[in-house]
Design a protein around this ligand. Structure first.
Ligand SMILES: Cc1ncc(COP(=O)(O)O)c(C=O)c1O
Ligand SMILES: Nc1ccccc1C(=O)C[C@H](N)C(=O)O
Length: 387
């Protein structure tokens, strides 16, 4: 099928089921930056995995249904969405587990250095894990905003998100990677808020290691497995801490000692969660015949329509410039939780983050321009009645 290079906002809406509004209609669903809506194909893939594969094939499914190879097969599918040539991405485990493994593996790539530099505003799991990894490895954790990072000859690892989970600010990965590499440090990027909503060119940027979740803009479903990326140049030296049997070079040899699988396969840990994996496999079909630059343009158009429809004086914390914006727009309000609940009662699903932010996610496959304007109108009505 030819690739759709200029998809309209809502271009794949018919391929999704949307959560219900209180009146029973489809909600204006702007929470795809937390949990993407359900693609029909994800449900179908899941049902088929349950009814035809698990039920009727049973244990032979590891080979006959291709289950065993799925972490790398799906890895290549996700890899194509983050600019990774085949063989560098594996899917499985949670973002947190993958991140833990990669932060330690990154530290092991620079054994003579002493500093782990991380984003001060990183998502909590990233901050908590960086703290633990620093304790385990003996590195000193230093935190700062990604744009203020100044790695030096003692910096082992630079850990950054592609997009700030709170403000929706998109960081300049190219500059961050260049600075890190000039200092000889290794970059670990968290793409959770970028994958599926904008193109990311991991190979071209020279990112060393990356993780990301698949339940937001990739619509893989609650708890969908995360992905991990390792640039080919690190494959043979990468020394991961989670030496599970499925990352062994010969898992069924059941040998005494752990020998890493060649390449990114060594990041496999335990038995992959096949049902979640196959739901994700179905969900990824949404991106098969569409150009991500077009998805990004449609998402930005949604954000613009939302911003233009907001009343003057609304406290928008997300930068308005396209190149500095991710997939969601955050607005500062007095009572974010109350406002979030009030919007939900009006059929607009968003989320709130402490202390005072409402986040509006613009997942172009199923969000329309009307949705974006409705959300702005409902927010305006609430702000007006609260003032
Ligand atoms: C940047 C970032 N990293 C990680 C996570 C989550 O990690 P996990 O999938 O392990 O819950 C999120 C959101 O939940 C996130 O926004
Ligand atoms: N995984 C979740 C499970 C339950 C509730 C929210 C999440 C999120 O994804 C939060 C998101 N990462 C955020 O940017 O706040």
């Amino acid at each position: 099928m030819p690739s759709n290079s200029s998809p309209e906002p809502g271009f794949a809406r018919a391929r999704f089921v949307l959560p219900r509004a209180p009146d029973g209609s489809d909600a204006v669903y702007l929470a795809g930056n937390s949990l993407g809506a359900q693609p029909h194909a994800a449900r179908e893939a899941l049902l088929s995995a349950v009814d035809e594969q698990w039920a009727r094939v049973g244990v032979a499914g590891w080979e006959a249904c291709g289950w065993w190879a799925t972490p790398q097969r799906l890895g290549d599918r996700v890899g194509a969405l983050v600019g990774a040539a085949p063989g560098q991405v594996v899917v499985g485990d949670s973002t947190s587990v993958q991140l833990f493994g990669l932060l330690i593996a990154a530290a092991r790539l620079r054994p003579d250095r002493h500093v782990l530099l991380s984003d001060a505003g990183h998502f909590p799991t990233d901050r908590y894990l960086a703290t633990s990894v620093a304790r385990l490895t003996g590195l000193t954790l230093r935190t700062t905003s990604p744009d203020a990072m100044a790695p030096d000859a003692d910096t082992a690892v630079v850990a950054v998100p592609a997009v700030d989970f709170r403000t929706g600010e998109r960081w300049d990965l190219a500059t961050i990677v260049d600075r890190a590499h000039e200092a000889g440090a290794v970059v670990v990027a968290d793409l959770s808020h970028a994958v599926g909503v904008m193109p990311v060119d991991l190979d071209a940027l020279g990112v060393d290691l990356a993780v990301g979740c698949t339940y937001k803009y990739l619509n893989g479903g609650p708890g969908a497995p995360a992905f991990a990326y390792v640039a080919t140049r690190h494959h043979e030296v990468l020394d991961p801490p989670l030496t599970g049997w499925t990352g062994h070079a010969d898992p069924f040899g059941m040998t005494e000692a752990w020998t890493p699988a060649p390449g990114v396969g060594r990041l496999r840990v335990g038995t992959p969660p096949m049902l979640s994996m196959l739901a994700l496999d179905g969900a990824l079909g949404v991106f098969d015949d569409v150009d991500l630059a077009g998805v990004r343009a449609a998402s930005l158009a949604l954000g613009d329509a939302f911003l233009e429809a907001l009343p003057a004086g609304t406290d928008v914390v997300t930068p308005r410039e396209h190149e500095r914006r991710g997939g969601h727009v955050a607005v500062r309000v007095r009572d974010a939780d109350g406002m979030c609940a009030a919007l939900a009662r009006r059929g607009v699903v968003v989320d709130a983050r402490p202390p005072d932010l409402l986040r509006f996610g613009f997942a172009a496959p199923y969000v329309t321009l009307d949705d974006a304007r409705t959300a702005a109108g409902e927010l305006a009505a609430l702000l007006w009645s609260a003032s």
